[in-house]
Design a protein around this ligand. Structure first.
Ligand code: GDD
Ligand code: MG
Length: 346
C-alpha cells in the first residue's frame, strides 16, 4: 500500500510565504513539513510515496529526489494544469496500488495509519475518511454519519447553519483503486465537492472514523503560527531539533550566542545561529538555521526561516520571515509576513 501526498495547491492563504514555494514545504520547526510527514509515515511502515505536484514542482523534486536519503521511494505525478484534489488523484493513478492512502500534505498531524486501515477492512466500503472534531467546521469538509460510521452526507465548507455536525474531513483517506473510475481524466475535479458526494450517491461505501492525536491544517498564517506555539509549549510533541538548554529552550549545533543574550522560553534556535550581545529572543520564537541576529535585537512570537539576517536594534513582534531575508537596522516590525524570491536549498 503506497501513499499519495497532495502537494499541488497554490497555498494562496499562506502568501507571501508560498509565493514561490509549495505550501507543504513551509518549515515546521526548521524542516519542511513534507519531510516530517514522510519521516512520520515511514515510521508507520509506508515506504512508497507518490507526490502530486503542480505549483513549483521542482522545489519538491530537487529536495527529495528519489527519496533514497530518507530510505523511501518517491515518484512524482506532475500536473500541467491545476486538476483539483480528485483530478490530482486520477492523474497519479498509474503509480497507485490497489489500495492506497491519500493525504493533504498541508495537514500537520500525528496520524496512525493502522487503525484507519483496520477500520477500512472491517467496513468493506471503497473509501475511509479520517475525521476530526473542531469548534468551527465552516472552513472544512463536514460529514453526517450513521451509527456504523457510514457517511450519509459530505458538505464542503458549509455555512454554520448548514453544517450537519462538527466532524470534519481531516484530509486523510484510505481508498480502493476501483473508486477512481468515477473521476474523469485530465479535468479539474474536486474530491470534496464532486467525488465524495457522487460515491455516496452511488452507494460505494464511504465511511469515516475519528482519528486521535494532534491535527492542524497549516493553510492560514494564524494556524501556521499556532502550530509553532503548540510545538514550543509541547501540546504537539513532534521531536524538536537541538539540545534542550534549560526548560523550553532548544539550541542547535555550532551556535554563537553572546553571553549577554536573554533567551525567554519557549524558544527554538537552529544550527549555526549567531546572536549578538543584549539581544532578547522569545518567548515563542523559532530561529532557522544559519540566521544571524545582531546586537540589541528584540524578537518575540516570531518565526524566522533559514539564513535570515537581522541587523542591530531590530524589533520583531509576531512576524514570519521566509528564507534569506535581511532586516535593516532599527526597523520595528509588527505582524510582518515577508518572503523573497529565491530557491530552496536542499
Ligand atoms: N496536486 C494537487 N493539485 N494538489 C492540490 C490541488 C491540485 O489541483 N488542489 C489542492 N491540492 C492540495 C493542496 O496542496 C493541499 O495539500 C490539499 O490538496 C488540500 O487543499 P487545500 O487548498 O489546503 O484545501 P482546504 O484546506 O481548504 O480543504 C481541504 O482540507 C481540509 C482539511 O484541512 C478539504 O479536503 C477539506 O474537506 C478538509 O476538511
Ligand atoms: Mg488545507
Amino acid at each position: 500500500m503506497n501513499a499519495l501526498l497532495l502537494a499541488g495547491g497554490l497555498g494562496t492563504r499562506l502568501r507571501p510565504l508560498t509565493e514561490n514555494l509549495p505550501k507543504p514545504m513551509a518549515l515546521v520547526a526548521n524542516r519542511p513539513w513534507l519531510e516530517h510527514l514522510i519521516v512520520h509515515l515511514k515510521k508507520q511502515g509506508i515506504r512508497h510515496f507518490v507526490i502530486a505536484v503542480k505549483h513549483y514542482p521542482e522545489v519538491i523534486e530537487n529536495y527529495f529526489g528519489t527519496g533514497e536519503k530518507w530510505g523511501v521511494n518517491i515518484q512524482y505525478a506532475v500536473e500541467q494544469t491545476l486538476l483539483g484534489t480528485a483530478g490530482a488523484i486520477k492523474n497519479a493513478e498509474p503509480y497507485l496500488d490497489d489500495r492506497f492512502i491519500v493525504i493533504n500534505a498541508d495537514i500537520v498531524h500525528e496520524i496512525e495509519i493502522e487503525p484507519l486501515l483496520a477500520f477500512h477492512k472491517r467496513h468493506g466500503g471503497g473509501v475511509t475518511i479520517g475525521l476530526t472534531e473542531v469548534d468551527d467546521p465552516t472552513h472544512y469538509g463536514v460529514v453526517e454519519q450513521d451509527g456504523e460510521g457510514r457517511i450519509l452526507r459530505f458538505v464542503e465548507k458549509p455555512r454554520l447553519e448548514e453544517a450537519p455536525s462538527n466532524r470534519i474531513n481531516a484530509g486523510i483517506y484510505v481508498m480502493d483503486k476501483e473508486m477512481l473510475r468515477y473521476i474523469p481524466e485530465q479535468q479539474e475535479v474536486s474530491i470534496e465537492r464532486e467525488t465524495f458526494p457522487l460515491l455516496i450517491e452511488k452507494g460505494e461505501g464511504v465511511y469515516g472514523t475519528v482519528i486521535s492525536g494532534y491535527w492542524m491544517d497549516m493553510g492560514t498564517k494564524e494556524r501556521y503560527r499556532r502550530i509553532h506555539w503548540d510545538l514550543l509549549n509541547r501540546a504537539y510533541r513532534l521531536p524538536l531539533p537541538g539540545r534542550q538548554n534549560g526548560k523550553g529552550i532548544w539550541i542547535g549545533k555550532n551556535c554563537d550566542i553572546h553571553s549577554g543574550v536573554l533567551l525567554i522560553p519557549p524558544v527554538l534556535i537552529g544550527d549555526n545561529v549567531k546572536i549578538g550581545e543584549r539581544s532578547i529572543i522569545g518567548p515563542f520564537s523559532v530561529i532557522g538555521n544559519d540566521c544571524v541576529i545582531g546586537k540589541h535585537v528584540r524578537c518575540a512570537e516570531t518565526i524566522m526561516w533559514d539564513r535570515c539576517l537581522a541587523h542591530n536594534g531590530v524589533v520583531m513582534n509576531n512576524c514570519i520571515f521566509g528564507y534569506d531575508l535581511e532586516i535593516g537596522s532599527k526597523h520595528i516590525l509588527h505582524e510582518a509576513v515577508m518572503s523573497r524570491i529565491g530557491v530552496l536549498q536542499a
